[in-house]
Design a protein. Sequence first.
Length: 143
Amino acid sequence: RLTGEGEAGPRGAPAGDLYIFLHVARHPVFQREGTTLHARAPISFATAALGGEFSIAGPDGETHTVRIAPGTQSGREIRQRGAGMPVLQGRGRGDMVIHVDVQVPTRLSARQRELLEALREAEGEAAEEDPGFFSKMKAAFGG
């Protein structure tokens, strides 16, 4: 609101107030929460399991490298410090929070299916070798 900056009133009355309304359009990638930016990042099943990295462009056009730790689960949040919005009338920037979305393949090649079947078998063998918590407790208490 700018007092006295609007149009003049009728018959020589003083100028009215000027109201300015701003509407911020949605960004296709980022959602803003104060100085923190949130973004979703789809990653492959293999990258989630084995780890890796990818790049994401910030709102200022700067490229940020995001490192994925081995065993990353869908929904994990990775914080990039200082990669968010500038702090108004202050120094520094907010953070960018990347929400990981693990993409499970819906169509597999014969080779991919074969490799996943081998992984499933290896997981089964590992489960047989390492009894679970409740099995250990049962054995410890003579059950």
